[in-house]
Design a protein around this ligand. Structure first.
Ligand code: NOJ
Ligand code: CA
Length: 702
């Protein structure tokens, strides 16, 4: 049912195709963005090595940077190239995503493909695209005598134009679950032995290695973001900084093979992307990553839908109940016989508790209810690196899968499946058909999967070529069975949800389950992690003092209630959870109303103002409707802002319900104080926003 993933994008201006060997005497090829502000130059240097540079508004954002590959046999695909031809064209079209921040996306760029052959006869093309919001390129190995290319390292440089400010997380082959550090590029190294922001900052492969998407700001105030798009059959790219020259070199994620990537010609690498703008809000609004991915490969997308859900989840995350049915010491691993096992008395996914959640979620208009810990194996999974832990089909004795699904369906909601693989990809692949078939049998249409722990087989990593192929395979297979996927601990997204829109979410960053991260974290994720696709961030925490319902816990969620509401707008996702417990929503029913009402799909989105890791204010118009939804979030410094309502239609009066921080609220010592007010508003009105430290605001305008 899926079409080829390597369809070429139709060129609306194919007639603009030009053929030339060189446009300047010195061999330099220039390609500009449609608005002329971004200029990318390409040439071969004296060694015949490809090189490029990116200039924005007269400033060298990326200085001359070389390109190429090192192979495991010691040879290179990097030098002694001759240009065979240069083809140029441009494209301007619109496409409609299945779900998204906007109902129509413009895809407007100039493109240039340089075809080259090196002295050994290897053919390589480099395809460039320059948009108004950034520049991108990928390597293409056309069909040729060399059938297999075994890549030791990709050597794509990104030479920074200065000592930019960077919001970065350390390079790591197994996790992206870090808080972000903010430093000058030249200061990254100093973080590797210290703990400046209270989080681990030791990189896996180099003291100056970082992950993408990497958010940067130049001394002149321009915003730059380095990422990749369409990561298919290839390892994820890290960036390794030479902090003397300020040159990044690509650093591919290794797996168990000597070659970091083994590719079969014809082959296209993922796109290397440099987003650039003089406004922070343009980085948030940029669709360049999706635009660089192939169009939807699924013929039928009618079964894919945005979803608001609750879960039997936060109670396990906070330690109130357990995923496991028994205590590990009361369980016989040899027989897996639960009929003889003694229940531990705190198993969350039991029939009675699940029914309680179903009732609450259904009464409050949710679409689905996630249940974790429904299946056998949780006594013996974490950190064990065992091939077989879960079979993904056998429920615990106190979870009646048929009856609970029937009950949920009778109330108009669906249960959401959970597959924790514990990193054992071989075991998951062996069980995937039966696992998905079980979902079809009982009427589940969405799965949260997870890859906690080291990837098996040993030597593989979370973002290797092999692991990345598994994640995509799981998505494609799910599509065949009409199943939506939300994968945790999988590789960071690179826009593949355009091609496979059943990939409705990923984690791939530090989410609410970490509970105690600093308030600026939510104000950096939309600049970084979310550039590749939506995140299952799981907002909506209303009880910040975890000890108030989990005896002995000293954990404190660093946010206010209004901040948690604002996230439903600032943190775009077609899959939004209300993560807290039903009883905590019941005790703040007036604030909960916002979570019940807020849409999860949009016709139009406007990023009003933002600064990475400081604050974000966004406005979105409900899909196909005329109600507007505003969200604001602030870091530990708070933020005051005069919100102009100029996006409203003229000559109309709307009713605005404002969910604000109480004036004396504070994320540390008064997090649950909020105030809800209602007022009439018109297009020329201004609403003064007062977001306290760690606070936020949410506004429904109807
Ligand atoms: C980590 C996931 O991020 C979390 O949401 C899940 O509950 C646990 N793994 C257990 O699968
Ligand atoms: Ca996780």
């Amino acid at each position: 049912m899926t079409k080829s993933i390597f369809k070429t994008v139709s060129m609306s201006a194919a007639s603009a195709l030009m053929l030339s060997l060189a446009s300047c005497a010195d061999n330099t090829q220039l390609i500009e963005s449609p608005d002329g502000d971004i200029r990318l130059t390409f040439s071969l240097n004296e060694a015949g090595q490809p090189q490029y540079a990116v200039n924005f508004d007269g400033e060298d954002i990326v200085k001359t940077s070389t390109m190429g590959f090192e192979l495991i046999d010691g040879s290179k695909i990097a030098e002694n190239f001759k240009i065979d031809k240069v083809e140029r064209s441009s494209s301007d079209s619109y496409w409609k995503p299945v779900w998204g921040e906007n109902d129509s996306i413009r895809d407007n760029y100039n493109t240039m493909t340089v075809s080259m052959t090196d002295a050994a006869g290897i053919k390589m093309d480099i395809e460039f695209r320059v948009y108004d919001d950034g520049a991108a390129f990928r390597y293409i190995f056309p069909e040729q005598a060399a059938k297999t290319i075994q890549i030791k390292e990709e050597n794509t440089q990104m030479a920074m134009g200065g000592d930019y400010t960077a919001w970065w997380i350390p390079g790591d082959y197994d996790t992206q679950e870090y808080e972000y550090n903010k430093s000058k590029l030249s200061e990254i190294r100093s973080f590797s032995d210290s703990d400046k922001m209270g989080n681990v900052a030791q990189t896996a492969f180099s003291p100056t290695g970082v992950q993408t998407s990497l958010m940067l700001k130049t001394p002149s105030g321009k915003y730059v973001n380095l990422h990749e798009a369409a990561l298919i059959d290839y390892p994820a790219m890290h960036l390794d900084l030479n902090d003397t020259t300020l040159v990044f070199n690509s650093w591919l994620t290794p797996g168990r093979d000597e070659a970091k990537a083994t590719v079969t010609t014809p082959f296209k690498t993922p796109w290397r992307v440099i987003m650039v703008s003089d406004k922070a809000t343009d980085i948030l609004a940029s669709d360049i990553i999706y635009n660089l991915n192939d169009p939807c490969a699924l013929d039928d997308v009618s079964w894919i839908h945005p979803t608001k859900y609750m879960g039997v989840w936060w109670e396990m995350i906070t330690g109130k109940s357990s995923w496991a049915y028994t205590n590990a010491e009361d369980f016989d691993l040899a027989t897996f016989d639960y009929s003889k096992a003694k229940p531990n008395g705190i198993h969350g996914a039991n029939n009675e508790n699940v029914k309680r959640y179903i009732d609450f979620a259904a009464e409050n208009g949710f679409d689905q209810l996630l249940i974790e810990g429904w299946n056998i194996g949780w006594e013996d999974w974490f950190g064990k690196e065992k091939d077989f832990v879960f079979d993904f089909v056998t429920p615990y004795p106190d979870f009646d899968i048929q009856a609970l699904n029937d009950y949920a369906h009778s109330k108009g909601i669906k249960l959401m499946m959970h597959h924790e693989t514990s990193g054992s990809i071989p075991n998951y692949e062996r069980h995937m058909d039966q696992a998905y078939d079980l979902m079809n049998k009982y009427g589940y249409d969405a799965v949260k999967s997870g890859y906690v722990g080291h990837i098996l087989p040993k030597g593989e990593t979370h973002y290797s070529q092999w692991a990345n192929n598994h994640y995509l395979n799981a998505i494609k297979k799910a599509a065949e069975k009409k199943i939506m996927v939300n994968a945790h601990e999988a590789v960071r997204p690179t826009g593949l949800a355009r091609t496979y829109p059943n990939l409705v979410g990923n984690e791939s960053a530090m989410g609410t389950e970490y509970r105690q991260m600093s308030p600026g974290h939510e104000a950096i994720l939309p600049f970084t992690r979310l550039k590749g696709g939506p995140m299952d961030f799981t907002p909506g925490i209303f009880r910040m003092d975890i000890g108030s319902f989990v005896p002995g816990s000293t954990e404190h969620k660093k946010a206010t209630v209004a901040n948690q509401l604002g996230l439903y707008v600032t943190m775009y996702s077609p899959l939004q959870m209300a993560a807290d417990l039903p009883e905590h929503y019941a005790e703040k029913a007036d604030a909960f109303q916002f979570i019940k009402d807020v849409p999860v799909d949009w016709s139009e989105s406007i990023y009003i103002d933002a600064e990475p890791q400081d604050y974000i204010i966004a406005a979105r118009r409900a899909k196909g409707g005329d109600s507007w939804w505003i969200g604001g979030i602030a870091d530990e410094n708070g933020k005051d802002y005069d919100l102009k309502l100029d996006f409203l239609e003229p000559d109309r009066t709307y009713t605005a319900t404002i969910y604000a921080d109480a004036p004396d609220a504070h994320y540390l010592d008064n997090p649950e104080a909020y105030a809800i007010t209602t007022q009439e508003v018109r297009k020329d009105d201004i609403i003064p926003l007062h977001m306290v430290p760690g606070g936020g605001v949410a506004i429904a305008i109807k």
